[in-house]
Design a protein around this ligand. Structure first.
Ligand code: FDA
Length: 502
């Protein structure tokens, strides 16, 4: 390879003392490309122009991770950590500019150990959310965990950036329920909550992946779920009054009882109201008729099931099973479409006439979609500085914008432009100073690190850092300065190091 140098051979030599050869892949290995591709979810980052790793290392125990970090640092090979590979900008397996790096793919480190009696679990970063949910559901029908909807998302990246899903109003974010973790730092040390220091333990729970080292596993508090939950999906088209119902939803959804979550997916001319209620249909009906009569909800929409059944039902559809949660493979259809996404937070309800314009824009050719996740209740009750994730009290809902295109049809220039134009149009209606964004919906349009003196610049990073983290950005940078002052673990949006006395 043109990027290879003698130092890289030093990397392989160094690794050979500590890691079995069959766990290390160079570009000349026939397994290299299939392995690289195995968890890529956005195929626009799998093209001939993509800056790829020189090596892929697939550790099967903690000592391999420690050795990879020590060898990488010694021989000038950076490491990009990959758990589930779902990063929207592909930063776990590709670089924007030329860089000598190895991918540390944690997919073989994916044990889940549930202690149902204590209502806790240890989950390795390479596990998927589906594997975590499945293990919890197997251990107890009365326990669940509040994290994202998509079962193939990796625990490592998801927890690192926050993590929310259908239980966010009742139990908050994934990180609000993390009680311990195991971290390999830049010196190759294996650290726990007690030995990594309180600022670093604070930082790894939501301060973003890559920045602080390699998180190997997480201890979480499991949460109670009732034996029966109710799921519904009510589509409302524009001609059925979607503009009015969505306008009303903005005030209703964030103020509902915490066991009721009603999100909205708005696409073309339809608003789909998707819900999880922690209780029976009989208990749900009076809440809907008193709080949200505009939706004209009735019993025929109710689907009662167990919580674990609701997980595949909501994301994979009514024909799916609980066993489908264990399917880790990237489906061919996913690989066929590239996408661009970004996010906003809404703190003041958007006026009805703006919604009318939004619906019009969503029916333009090559338009994208919007996902609205209501906040309030538990997620808003956590103080802004308690975790790095600052989008708490006062947020009515989170918006995710997404646009997809067929890779066969090109690079998605039109769809990407649609997202950027729509994002500009939305500016007056969403949070400002800073315009808040969700780290796990990563968007490099928000800004990229600038390297000054071989470290990422704190000043330059403020541009994107305050959008994701508000005032927590500075404390994150100080935690980074403590655990990785030379900025070995870095990418285009990693936290820059700041010395404590600055
Ligand atoms: P990936 O492996 O790509 O890692 C993401 C980042 O974290 C990279 O920078 C990587 O280097 C770093 N990293 C990974 N593992 C690490 C580790 N062990 N230690 C340190 N750093 C590590 N989000 C949400 O909150 N709710 C949701 O419902 C969904 N749904 C959803 C659906 C789909 C289809 C996608 C593609 C994404 C989502 N997400 C989401 C966003 C998701 O939470 C986000 O992309 C996560 O970072 C993905 O984690 P992975 O481990 O899969 O990513």
């Amino acid at each position: 390879s043109s990027q290879a140098s003698s130092s890289d051979d030093g990397f392989l030599k160094c690794l050979s003392a500590s890691i079995p050869g069959q766990l290390v892949f160079t570009r000349s290995s026939p397994s290299f490309t299939p392995l690289l591709k195995s968890s890529i979810r956005n195929p626009k980052f799998f093209t001939p122009a993509t800056v790829r790793p020189l090596y892929i290392v697939t550790p099967t125990n903690a000592s391999h991770v420690q050795a990879a970090v020590a060898c990488g640092r010694r021989s000038g090979v950076r490491i990009r950590v990959r758990s589930g590979g779902h990063d929207y900008e592909g930063l776990s397996y590709r670089a924007v500019r030329n860089e000598t790096f190895a991918v540390l793919d944690l997919s073989s480190l994916r044990a889940v150990r549930v202690d149902a009696r204590a209502s806790t679990a240890w989950v390795d970063s390479g596990a998927t959310l589906g594997e975590l949910y499945y293990a919890v559901g197997k251990a107890s029908g009365l326990l669940g965990f509040p994290a994202g909807l998509c079962p193939t998302v990796g625990v490592g990246g998801h927890f690192s950036g926050g993590g929310f899903g259908m239980l966010l109003r009742k139990y908050g974010m994934a990180i609000d329920n993390v009680i311990d973790a195991v971290l390999v730092d830049v010196r190759g040390r294996l650290l726990s909550k007690n030995t990594m220091g309180s600022d670093v333990f604070w930082a790894i729970r939501g301060g973003g992946g890559e920045s602080f080292g390699v998180v190997l596993s997480w201890q979480v508090r499991l949460v109670p779920v009732p034996p029966t939950v109710t799921v519904f999906n009510v589509p409302v088209t524009a001609s059925q009054g979607a503009v009015d119902v969505v306008t009303r939803w903005q005030q209703v959804a964030p103020a509902l009882p915490d066991d009721l979550m009603i999100r909205v997916v708005v696409q073309q001319q339809t608003a789909n109201f998707q819900s999880l209620f922690l209780g029976t249909c009989d208990a749900l009906l009076p809440v809907m008729s008193s709080r949200f009569p505009e939706l004209r909800f009735n019993r025929s929409y109710c689907r009662e099931m167990t919580w674990i059944q609701s997980v595949p039902y909501i994301y994979l559809g009514s024909g799916s099973t609980v066993e489908d949660l264990l399917n880790r493979t990237t489906s061919a259809s996913v690989f066929a479409s590239g996408y661009k996404a970004t996010s906003d937070y809404v703190r003041r309800a958007i006026p009805r006439d703006a919604w009318a314009t939004i619906f019009a824009k969503l029916s333009q050719p090559n338009a994208g979609l919007m996902i609205l996740d209501p906040y309030g209740a538990a997620i808003g009750a956590v103080p802004e500085s308690a975790t790095p994730y600052p989008h708490r009290a006062g947020v009515l809902y989170n918006i995710q914008y997404m646009n997809f295109w067929s890779m066969a049809a090109g690079a998605g220039a039109v769809q990407t432009k649609w997202i950027r134009d729509f994002y500009a149009f939305m500016a007056p209606y969403v949070s400002s100073s800073p315009r808040e964004a969700y780290f796990n919906y990563r968007d490099l349009d928000l800004g990229e690190n600038v390297i000054v003196g071989n470290v990422s610049s704190y000043q330059a990073g403020m541009v994107w850092g305050q959008k994701y983290f508000k005032d927590n950005y500075k404390r994150l940078a100080m935690a980074k300065g403590e655990i990785d002052p030379e900025d070995y673990f870095r990418n285009e949006q990693s936290i820059p190091p700041l010395a404590k006395n600055k």
